[in-house]
Design a protein around this ligand. Sequence first.
Ligand SMILES: Cc1cc2nc3c(=O)[nH]c(=O)nc-3n(C[C@H](O)[C@H](O)[C@H](O)COP(=O)(O)OP(=O)(O)OC[C@H]3O[C@@H](n4cnc5c(N)ncnc54)[C@H](O)[C@@H]3O)c2cc1C
Length: 496
Amino acid sequence: MLTMPVPDEDTIRRRSAIAAALRRIVPGEGVIEAPVEMRAFETDGLTAYRQMPLVVVLPETTAQVAAVLEYAHENGIKVVPRGAGTSLSGGALPLADGILLGMAKFNRVLEVDYANRCAVVQPGVTNLAITKAVEHKGFYYAPDPSSQIACTIGGNVAENSGGVHCLKYGLTANNVLGLEMVLVTGEVIRLGGKHLDSEGYDLLGVMTGSEGLLGVVTEVTVRILQKPETARAVLVGFPTSEDAGQCVADVISAGIIPGGMEMMDRPAIHAAEDFVHADYPLDVEALLIVELDGPQVEVDHLIERVSEIARANNSTTLRISTSEEERLLFWAGRKAAFPAVGRISPDYICMDGTIPRKRLPEVLQGMAELSRLHRLRVANVFHAGDGNLHPLILFDANDPDELDRAEKFGADILRLCVKVGGVLTGEHGVGIEKRDLMPEMFSEGDLAQQMRVKCAFDDKGLLNPGKVFPTLHRCAELGRMHVKGGTLPFADIPRF
Ligand SMILES: Cc1cc2nc3c(=O)[nH]c(=O)nc-3n(C[C@H](O)[C@H](O)[C@H](O)COP(=O)(O)OP(=O)(O)OC[C@H]3O[C@@H](n4cnc5c(N)ncnc54)[C@H](O)[C@@H]3O)c2cc1C
């Protein structure tokens, strides 16, 4: 079990006074302190972990967010920002001594600017709502997490979320043009905007993926794209995952970047088929869905090339969508893979790691061995095109031993990802889930450097503490020079 920082009893004792102060900033029903009403916020998508917050505040304006943060900063109170609470890494898990700052009331699309191909939205707008707001004009917002019906764009920015279409169109980081943010001191800043490049350091890049540790996003300007003329999908079954993995590598190395390229293994195929009846072949070990989008003539040509590559890699089933309904049906099983797996197991943990594509067969083999070792089943869905794995570890949370084994199994999978040259996360973030694995990938020096960035924004460590970094350092400690054996390292480098 992962541990959180020990709560500060003094802050907990001041709960009523803190709630009263927050009520002066956000009047009406914007402050929740009754335990029964706070219950809805006690967990996020990492449901094995639960913690009631100190108090919940639901501001509606940037000025209120700024006042809440200024108050928290002056009084040394921790703050956990929250969007829709779908984080799978525990990023929005509350703290017993922390204010939960819910952004759900920031739910308006402020402006759609077709001339500049962008939309300005509040952070509590759901990912899908952005597309809904512009689709009547033939536009859409490209990053499409499977949770897009519920997750917010503020959460997407904080986690640098991805989805099926990110292989071709980039992650959230590549589709966000500007942000309004409130720093922990209450200062409001704007980064980027409708223009394509901004002056100075790439702070937009620093903020995207910062998991609520550097500031609170209060407005987002996103790129919107014109819908491709056409999109068709190919559904391909393979006798082995090695064949499917090789097919993915061959498609990419042929210079083809599909709109999406997803893979499912046998357990995931069966669970999805039972759930949505997408007519998936059940006699295969791996299934690929490859979507090609663009002008009709280009799509027709690429479909042919992908089909040839699939046949050369021993595909046993190959179906090409002939209508929009059929294309959506191909995707329906993949998009519903998580709930489908939820039907065959009381609980599951969805892991998220990324590997170099060509190491896929070896990692799948390693995962099968780990499955035997930890005595737990695993179903796999991947964003195969970009090497982002989502192993779903099946377990029963009512059995503490199974939860323990599931977490160890997950940690071993992520170690395996790092070992083959991959990384700990593709799109779900570090949160608490992968926090203690950070040293598997980063040296002490790397982590200290990342924490210095955190300290530059949040000197008191009040924003979302206990997430991402395995050790909490005081910022003053990080400023110290480490002198080993009386010798200053790299003495010839200028010190500032
Ligand atoms: C069924 C399911 C499928 C999923 N599929 C995908 C997928 O395909 N791809 C993918 O990338 N993710 C996926 N996720 C994970 C999750 O939906 C994303 O991480 C999403 O971006 C979280 O958004 P949220 O609004 O729920 O944020 P929350 O869970 O509320 O918060 C996530 C993090 O963002 C921070 N945060 C939230 N709002 C703000 C803000 N305004 N300012 C600063 N920080 C903020 C929080 O502090 C926290 O650290 C899935 C989750 C589920 C449950």
